[in-house]
Design a protein around this ligand. Structure first.
Ligand code: SF4
Ligand code: SF4
Length: 93
């Protein structure tokens, strides 16, 4: 899959009504645990990692249900530090 949104590009591909499967990667070393992405995910599948911190001492987030992600990009759009990259692909029904 190719990156759909990574906070560094302005991909303007049109949306589609086809069912989408998504996936995200999180740069946990860059994350500062602000939880904006947690609040932004409509499926509530991003959470703060339990009792885990990165090298800078911040609790970071992780995706807790990878299969549910639609690749909507809400999490990546709100992240002020560009930590989240979203991948999307169409799923044949
Ligand atoms: S891309 Fe959308 S569904 Fe997937 S984790 Fe981010 S906000 Fe949630
Ligand atoms: S919005 Fe970005 S910095 Fe904030 S918790 Fe999510 S990934 Fe980390």
């Amino acid at each position: 899959m190719v990156p759909y949104h990574d906070n560094h590009t302005t991909d303007k591909r049109p949306s589609t009504m086809a069912k989408m499967k998504g996936a995200i990667t999180i740069n946990t070393e860059r994350c500062k645990g602000c939880s904006l992405c947690v609040a932004a995910c409509p499926l509530n599948i991003i959470e703060l990692a339990d009792k885990m911190v990165n090298r800078r001492g911040y609790r970071y987030v992780e995706q807790v249900n990878q299969d549910a992600c639609t690749g909507c990009t809400s999490c990546a759009i709100v992240c002020p530090d560009g930590c989240i990259t979203v991948y999307r692909k169409k799923v044949e029904s």
